[in-house]
Structures are given as structure tokens and as C-alpha cells.
Design a protein around this ligand. Structure first.
Ligand SMILES: [Zn+2]
Ligand SMILES: [Zn+2]
Ligand SMILES: [Zn+2]
Length: 145
């Protein structure tokens, strides 16, 4: 995610009256700068968090607040630690079962069509959905050849 997106996110949150104290803004900037989802332990050792001297309890509190507000999302690969990342744009995940890498993909066109069909067939009004793809990332798929 680029910084412009982070600025937009912070601005939108402030406009909604969301308080970004207690390390929340720093956590968001750490997650925005990360290449992929981060565990709480990785967030705790990040330079920005250390510099701001935010303790473990505060980090966990801020993470659970941001997740409850749907600003960040956490996911976990079978039994591993929770991994946190921004939920600024609606997305789905590609989870590599070999190296455990997680990538985000912004493909959702087909599902919009499916949701309309579900509504027409059943009268059920879909509000949201979650979809993960499990498989092998590009590197791991190349190794298997
Ligand atoms: Zn996600
Ligand atoms: Zn992989
Ligand atoms: Zn979707």
C-alpha cells in the first residue's frame, strides 16, 4: 500500500470520529508499510512501535479495536499465529500451503454476480463474504515441477 492510501484512510477514520490515539495510528502505518500480513510479535519488534515505546498490552488492545472496527483484518493459517493486515480495499487471499506466504488479490467481479443470483433465488440479502484460495505460490509451484 502506498502512503497516499494510508493518508486517505487516516483522514476518513478521523472524519468518522474514530480516535487514533493509543498507538493506533502507528500500528496502521506499520501495517501499511509491510510487504505482507504481520503477526503481533512482528509488529511489536517493528522500529516504529519500538521508537514510540508502545507496550505489548497497548499493541494488542489497538489491534483488537482496529479489527472490531473492520479497519484491519486478521487471518490464520492452520494453528499458526494471527496475521494482521489493512482492510482498506475489499480483497481475498491466496494462501500458499508450502511456504505459508499470504497474498491479497482484488478480484471479486464474479462474486457480485453470484450474490445477485443468491438474492434472486433465495431472497437472502448478502452483506459480505469471505473467500480464501489455498494452493502453491509462484515460487513453490516452480519448485514442484
Ligand atoms: Zn485480507
Ligand atoms: Zn509458497
Ligand atoms: Zn469479494
Amino acid at each position: 500500500m502506498i502512503n497516499k492510501d494510508l493518508d486517505k484512510l487516516l483522514l476518513a477514520l478521523r472524519e468518522q470520529g474514530c480516535r487514533l490515539s493509543g498507538g493506533r495510528e502507528i500500528l496502521l502505518s506499520v501495517l501499511a508499510a509491510a510487504k505482507g500480513p504481520l503477526s503481533a510479535a512482528e509488529i511489536l519488534i517493528s522500529p516504529a512501535v519500538k521508537r514510540a515505546n508502545i507496550n505489548r498490552a497497548t499493541v494488542y488492545r489497538a489491534l483488537s479495536f482496529l479489527e472490531k472496527e473492520n479497519i484491519i483484518e486478521s487471518l490464520r493459517l492452520d494453528g499458526d499465529e494471527r496475521l494482521y493486515h489493512l482492510n482498506f480495499h475489499h480483497h481475498h487471499h491466496l494462501l500458499c500451503t508450502a511456504c505459508k506466504k499470504i497474498e491479497a488479490v482484488h478480484v471479486c467481479g464474479l462474486l457480485g454476480r453470484e450474490e445477485k443470483k443468491i438474492a434472486a433465488d433465495t431472497g437472502f440479502k448478502v452483506q459480505r463474504h469471505v473467500l480464501e484460495f489455498y494452493g502453491l505460490c509462484k515460487n513453490c509451484a516452480a519448485k514442484k515441477k
